[in-house]
Design a protein around this ligand. Structure first.
Ligand code: G6P
Length: 610
């Protein structure tokens, strides 16, 4: 997500910070800022836009501070504006904070701080940290202790750097769930969210762990846990080169993003799901609750992978909230003079928030009086700005052209929405609780699938020269089949089709022979036996079956040539689990064919033309 860099030493920190931020640009961001000391003053320069624009602002200001911190922001709370950019101040502009992550309880903290007289100036979750630290600092704690005590009040994730006017010889760094690495130099030290920002200066690093806090000066650093236990950290040597670091040590962004899904899913549900109560809270929908509850019909429109998640959304919302849902390609919706009335709600789903057809569909529905809500990744994007309200998926920047983590996070958010409306529309409490528990368990289940990567690689090797693939699934796994087929054709250029399994006999069965790989998504649900019959039909025609099946399915080996096992989950959320092996299969087939996985031919990450 966001990028962090800090420097303390003998040199001018400004060019070091700017270069560090440039090194982190690949992660995606929407604003940038730095803070440093100049003649006893704490200075902050920050703005929406690129690091190059920040550079033109600060490069020739004639200051050469020996200590500074810098940040690139990927907006989560509040639009990407100059004001919301980091660093953030306390009330007196004497403490500056930069932060990656999400403070879940920031609303509660904000209310408490405002009651105590603090003036909060931005829409961010981060700013409350600066004020919280200020409170402890006022009580005569040193900066290190103030930050440590403030963090004890924080729920959520953070990688933070803090500097303060009256202690201008140190940077305080702390992390929980958002990485920070210290770079050790000679009479100088560095700190960053990602080793890419340090590698020009040093290869000697110390990785901070969760709940650790460091006090960094030019010649030393000390580390404790936030619970005040002293820790001795080991210095390690970076062996990666820059390109490998940018990709998190993986060969491609796509693989990195596939493997990030446990974390991106956690971010999608963080602060929104109360598992013990079986309840969902969606602050982003609060401004439109009346309209949402009155709606007689939902329409969901999107393109590409986002359209596939819309199909899963239809399934979940109709089943759990009992509201009819229509799903349409944005490009079709806008040109068919759709029947839309003011009682309808249109949801638009978009990773980038910039897809031209989706934006046009949104405008079409709005012109007909419908309420328009967004399920978007990029905060501040055109779609996020033009919708009445919505829910951000918080997947972080997605760089690989083939969408992976955005898909699973979109479905998680659609699941939250289905549950949110369902709990109001008389979905029994016990069922809500079960669903909430299942949703919360998804990240760990996704993680478990990664244990089979070598097995999936071997299957990819077996089928890398295939010309065609068929993907079959039913219910909510029909869209999973479509998405699995899309992944394969996008990045490996193998022709692939997704079908509802029972439709196979109305056409695709004619294609099946001993050369045809057929991927079945066959969880142990109410229609398991029906899919088994479809598998028999394929087997009888010598098709080569790859099954995505549950861990406890003992019969499947008799029918399928290859089986990839996935943990059981409620069928509503099954696509989140079942798509993971299909993403990996497509990825490893494309790699085995020597394809350019991150930038497949003819495709664009964001399609801003019709
Ligand atoms: C392009 C991308 C796809 C994406 C689609 C919709 O085709 O290559 O990965 O699913 O656009 O994009 P959106 O940003 O609106 O989700």
């Amino acid at each position: 997500m966001c990028g962090i860099v800090g420097y303390i030493g003998q040199k001018n920190s400004i060019p070091i910070l700017l270069e560090g931020l440039r090194r982190l640009e690949y992660r995606g961001y929407d604003s940038a800022g730095i803070a440093f000391f100049h003649e006893d003053n704490l200075m902050v320069y920050k703005q929406a836009g690129k690091v190059a624009e920040l550079a033109s602002l600060v490069e020739n200001i004639g200051m050469a501070p020996n200590l500074g911190v810098g940040h690139t922001r990927w907006a989560t709370h509040g639009e990407p504006t100059d004001l919301n950019a980091h660093p953030h101040w306390d009330c007196k502009n004497e403490i500056a904070v930069i932060h990656n992550g999400i403070i879940e309880n920031y609303m509660t903290l904000k209310k408490k701080l405002e009651r105590d007289g603090h003036v909060i100036r931005t829409e961010t979750d981060t700013e409350v940290l600066a004020h919280l630290i200020e409170d402890y600092h006022k009580k005569n704690h040193d900066l290190f202790t103030s930050v440590r005590l403030a963090l004890l009040e924080v729920e959520g994730t953070y990688g933070i750097l803090v500097i303060a006017k009256n202690e201008p010889d140190k940077i305080i760094a702390a992390r929980r769930g958002s990485p920070l690495v210290l770079g050790v130099g000679e009479n100088e030290n560095f700190v960053a969210s990602d080793a890419a920002a340090l590698i020009d200066h040093t290869r000697q690093v110390i990785y901070l762990e969760d709940d650790e806090i460091s006090c960094i000066s030019a010649n030393s650093f000390t580390t404790k846990t936030i619970h005040d236990l002293q820790i001795t950290k080991q210095i390690e040597e970076i062996t990666f080169d820059l390109e490998q670091i940018e990709k998190g040590g993986f060969d491609h962004f796509m693989l990195k993003e596939i493997l990030e899904q446990p974390e991106s899913l956690r971010n999608a549900i963080r602060g929104r799901l109360r598992v013990d109560e079986g309840k969902v809270k969606l602050g982003g929908l609060e401004p439109v609750l009346d309209r949402l509850y009155k709606a007689r019909r939902f329409i969901i429109t999107a393109c590409g992978t986002s359209w596939h998640s819309a199909l899963v959304g239809k399934y979940m919302i109709e089943q759990l909230a009992r509201i009819p849902v229509e799903v349409d390609y944005a490009s079709e919706f806008r040109y068919r003079n759709p029947i839309v009335d003011p009682d309808d709600i249109l949801f638009v789903i978009s990773q980038s928030g910039e897809t031209a057809d989706t934006l046009a569909a949104l405008r079409e529905a709005r012109s007909k009086g419908a309420g328009v809500l967004g399920i978007v990744n990029v905060v501040g994007s055109s779609i996020a700005r033009e919708t009445d309200a919505g829910v951000f998926i918080h997947a972080g920047p997605e760089i690989g052209v083939a969408s992976t983590k955005a898909f699973t996070s979109q479905i998680a958010v659609l699941g939250l929405i289905a549950l949110f409306i369902g709990q109001r529309n008389n979905l029994p409490h016990a069922q809500c609780k079960l669903l909430a528990e299942d949703l919360a368990a998804l990240p760990n289940k996704v993680q478990k699938i990664f244990e089979q990567i070598d097995h999936i690689k071997a299957i990819a090797e077996e089928f890398k020269n295939s010309q065609n693939f068929i993907y079959l699934g039913r219910g909510s796994n029909f869209p999973t089949a479509l998405e699995g087929a899309l992944k394969l054709k996008e990045i490996s250029y193998i022709h692939a089709e997704g079908y509802p399994a029972a439709e196979m006999k109305h056409g695709p069965i004619a294609l099946i022979d001993e050369n045809m790989p057929v991927v079945f998504i066959v969880p142990k649900d109410a229609i398991y036996d029906k899919i088994i019959s479809n598998m028999q039909e394929v087997r009888a025609r010598k098709g080569r079956i790859i099954a995505i099946a549950n861990e406890d399915d003992e019969n499947i080996n008799r029918l399928a040539e290859f089986v990839i096992r996935v943990p059981r989950t409620l069928n509503y959320f099954g696509p989140i689990i079942n798509i993971i092996p299909l993403q990996l299969l497509a990825y490893y087939i494309a790699v085995a064919r020597g394809c350019n996985v991150d930038q497949p031919r003819n495709l664009a990450k964001s399609v801003t033309v019709e």
